[in-house]
Design a protein around this ligand. Structure first.
Ligand code: EPU
Length: 293
């Protein structure tokens, strides 16, 4: 019996991942699984672990590059009311990992709950943003997390206080964990001021980065301590550099934009070229921010 037979109703074999990521690149997942609730999620993870099947959780794929060969394992998506709901309790928000982050931000601002506006323009699910501690110049999501609800690597349900989640610059210590939900601590304030700030940050991003409609995964590399990756790439003359139909953005050198004929291999080769060039010019070894599957 195949390991996923008990989950036949929620499991689809050989599903292309390209349309599930912002890059719209790459091959298929051996299995795509959408558990109905947390209990079933835990069962799927137990079964995959027992069968030695690798698994990943996919949010909206806004920071993921799937290789052309695809992912030979189980890709799990946390969709449906059980994973997407948000409850508001004074200045706290209890939110499912599958919730859309930009929608949550707008709903918070409407209620006069402030804080998340610093994440304006970052696409993805709440779980995806937390997993990588997404953010930018104005703040990062980890600073609002009070507690996480997770399945630990053994599949057991646990609550993790923020201090134990290992939030650092674009990093958490949550590898092997599934984030199921979060308690966010926000503050009360003036909604119109916060909405103005939200719009301002949006505008700033729009002025300095490629449009969200362009196929990318946001910034490709992390900013090395004391440096800006975009600036290093720019100084190395990489703006506009191409491999196949992948190109380093002319607007911001830390974005690789995919054209209609692009493959993941084009993007990966361009990443390699950029890394080598920056290393040769400035002696800095750039580390990936984007998650390559
Ligand atoms: N710069 C250049 N050339 C470029 C790009 C940037 O010289 O091609 C210079 C800028 O002029 C500026 C400096 O580099 O002096 C920093 O650039 P920017 O302000 O655009 O910020 P960043 O550090 O490149 C970070 C995040 C972004 C986030 C912005 C704004 C990282 C890797 N990137 O970019 O996050 O949107 O701040 O808050 O931390 C992402 O994580 O995917 C992402 C896009």
């Amino acid at each position: 019996m195949s390991w996923c037979e008990p989950f036949a109703q929620i499991c689809r074999p050989d599903q292309p991942l390209r349309d599930l990521t912002w890059y719209r690149l790459g091959g298929a997942a051996r299995w795509l699984i959408e558990p109905r609730d947390e209990l079933q999620l835990a069962q799927v993870i137990h079964a995959a672990q027992d069968a030695g099947v690798p698994w990943r959780v996919l949010g909206q794929g806004a920071n993921v590059l799937v290789r052309d060969a695809g992912f030979d394992g189980a890709v799990i998506r946390l969709r449906g009311p059980c994973f997407e709901e948000a409850q508001f309790e004074q200045t706290r928000v209890l939110v499912g990992a599958g919730a859309d982050a930009p929608t949550l931000i707008r709903n918070c601002l409407r209620r006069g709950l402030l804080g998340l506006e610093v994440l304006a323009g970052i696409p993805g699910t709440v779980g995806g943003l937390i997993r990588m501690n997404a953010g930018g110049r104005f703040g990062e999501i980890g600073q609002f997390v009070q507690e996480l609800s997770v399945l630990d690597p053994s599949g057991a349900q646990r609550a993790i206080p923020s201090q134990e989640a290992g939030f650092r610059y674009r990093h958490t210590g949550l590898q092997g964990y599934v984030i199921v939900g979060a308690v966010l601590q926000l503050s009360e304030g003036n909604p119109s001021e916060a909405e103005a700030r939200h719009r301002e940050i949006w505008k700033l991003k729009a002025a300095t980065q490629p449009a969200l409609a362009q196929r990318s995964a946001g910034c490709i590399f992390k900013n090395p301590s004391g440096h800006s990756a975009g600036q290093l790439l720019d100084q190395a003359g990489l703006k506009g550099a191409r491999v196949g139909d992948a190109q380093i953005s002319e607007r911001h050198a830390n974005f690789i934009v995919a054209g209609p004929q692009a493959t993941s291999a084009h993007v990966l080769d361009l990443i390699q070229l950029a890394r080598e060039r920056v290393s040769a010019v400035s002696g800095v070894e750039l580390q990936l921010e984007v998650d390559v599957w």
